[in-house]
Write a protein that binds this ligand. Structure first.
Ligand code: NAD
Length: 291
């Protein structure tokens, strides 16, 4: 039997419409949610990501500010901009599009962003708060995955979950969010000895590897929920140029109980959760100002 398809586009439309209502209500109280985006250099993929984020903001009634710098910019200029945005009470979210050119210390840039405006959830303090189960901005991609599981009513409490990948932006925070939600989590990575032995007993598998069609049908337990975070551009053969995930979708969907496609799965939810974090930051600012 074919798996249920977890449609991230449809869920995004629904959540973004709720966020647009929340943004309109905040704007009516004089606090229009505002996201500032900093883009350094001319990487075409980064430019597309930023364009998509800005367009999604505009559509949801969230103000966006874009600051662009050339590839060889002195990092001091970007730090100055971040400091000014930190101090600007009309700005609720600050995002620096990664990767940055080599003259930048990425960690220092992320730490320079005010924790209260760190809507990407990459600041060490937000990461620490997340791991302690405190109020924090959750990184957008794993947050989007949790939202998809919740919307699809996939049971997380007590479930065996396997996360493949241990990056700071996806794998690790994904494991923390699943743990906080009551799953028993195994994190697998490039040094894991027998990956399939882990994935085969999982009720939930989240693949964040960056390798096309890496997770095969014989690695998945029948009925499992499979979430594909990967975004890979195929280079060779008849499919060159096509986007595909880390999951061998056509085969795995015949085994899994639920599966997210690529494109149209986690991708749109990532931007949606960025909007959600920005609206939440504006809501906190309004509450603090007694509005
Ligand atoms: P990364 O390269 O930082 O991490 C990849 C992880 O995969 C590493 O932890 C590594 O240990 C693990 N890995 C590599 N080979 C492995 C193997 N043979 N067996 C088991 N584990 C292995 O990548 P990332 O930033 O976490 O991104 C992962 C994928 O998710 C990429 O395709 C990326 O484009 C995509 N991504 C998608 C979104 C989205 O919005 N949908 C957001 C971020 C990343």
């Amino acid at each position: 039997m074919s798996a249920r398809i977890l449609d991230g586009n449809a869920l995004s439309v629904q959540v973004r419409s709720q966020l647009a209502d929340a943004a309109a209500a905040l704007s009516a109280r004089g606090v229009q949610p505002c996201l500032a985006v900093i883009l350094v250099g001319g990487d075409p993929a980064s430019a597309v990501y930023v364009r998509n984020k800005v367009a999604a903001c505009e559509k949801a009634g969230i103000k966006s500010l874009k600051f662009e710098y050339p590839q060889d910019v002195d990092p001091a200029r970007v730090f100055e901009r971040i400091a000014a945005l930190n101090a600007d009470s009309s700005v609720h979210g600050i995002l620096v599009q990664l990767p940055l050119p080599p003259q930048f210390d990425e960690k220092a840039v992320l730490e320079a962003i005010s924790v209260a405006k760190d809507v990407d959830g990459f600041h060490a303090e937000n990461v620490g708060r997340l791991s302690q189960g405190q109020e924090a901005f959750f990184p957008c991609t794993p947050h989007g995955v949790m939202k998809m599981l919740e919307a699809a009513e996939v049971p997380v409490k007590g479930a065996d979950a396997v996360v493949i990948g241990r990056s700071n932006i996806v794998g690790k925070p994904m494991a923390v969010l699943l743990t906080n939600a009551g799953a028993t989590v195994t994190v697998c990575h490039s040094q894991t000895r027998d990956l399939a032995a882990h994935t085969r007993r999982a009720d939930i598998v989240v693949a964040a590897v960056g390798r096309p069609r890496f997770l095969k049908a014989d690695m998945v337990k029948p009925g499992a929920a499979v979430i594909d975070v990967g975004i890979n551009r195929l280079r060779d053969g008849a499919e060159a140029g096509k986007l595909c995930g880390d999951v061998d979708f056509d085969a795995v969907k015949e085994v899994a109980g639920a599966i997210s496609p690529v494109p149209g799965g986690v991708g749109p939810m990532t931007i949606t959760m960025l909007l959600a974090n920005t609206v939440e930051s504006a809501r906190r600012a309004a509450a603090k100002a007694g509005l």
